[in-house]
Design a protein around this ligand. Structure first.
Ligand SMILES: [Zn+2]
Length: 194
């Protein structure tokens, strides 16, 4: 986890929806702390968000993104919650000086919001405001995978070429009539059909 250009998509992908019950990859404070640490370079400086707030924003993003792909209406809270998170930390541009970097964005935490959650919510809202980028939103073609990604390459259908892509290639190369034992070994499939 952690390879999409938008942290918002990576956050949505920490909830695996194809398992019953769903699988939470940041389901405890320790794993959440590690995950936030990995995202830190892509987010404004921020205290580690609370798990409850993280889950609330993630649930909204997951529903918004999935409902868009499925052509259904989202929950109303999935609209309200990202708006509230984005508004919880207003920003203003700040001039630093005459040498680079000359400017920075100031995150106004005096209202009690968390900048990391606000930044993720704002980026998700920006995605929904950008029709061409939103058209790149995909869900992995592997039925057993719920990962979301932006396909800047229009031919991309797998979340990861070396995991779900290989599974897809293996499935296509089962030899009819010989049963499922005649699978191409997944590593070799990647080698031959890359
Ligand atoms: Zn996948």
């Amino acid at each position: 986890m952690g390879a999409e250009p938008l942290v918002a998509l990576d956050l949505a992908d920490t909830l695996i929806t194809v398992t019953t019950p769903t699988t939470d990859l940041i389901g405890d404070p320790e794993r959440a702390e590690v995950w936030w640490g990995l995202q830190a370079a892509r987010l404004p400086r921020s205290p580690t968000p609370e798990l409850g707030a993280t889950r609330q924003l993630r649930a909204a993003l997951r529903d918004l993104l999935d409902s868009h792909l499925e052509g259904r209406a989202s929950e109303s809270t999935s609209i309200d919650d990202p708006n509230a998170f984005a508004a919880s930390v207003p920003t203003s541009p700040r001039l630093l000086g005459q040498q680079s970097p000359r400017t920075q964005t100031r995150w106004h935490t005096e209202h009690g919001g968390n900048p990391a959650l606000a930044a993720i919510a704002s980026a998700a809202i920006d995605l929904f405001g950008d029709e061409s980028r939103l058209a790149e939103l995909r869900r992995c073609a592997n039925d057993g995978c719920s990962m979301l990604f932006l396909a800047s390459n229009r031919r991309r259908v797998w979340c990861t070429a070396n995991i779900c892509g290989n599974r897809g290639r293996v499935a296509r190369h089962r030899c009819p009539g010989l049963g499922s034992n005649n699978l191409v070994v997944s590593g070799l499939a990647g080698h031959f059909y890359r």
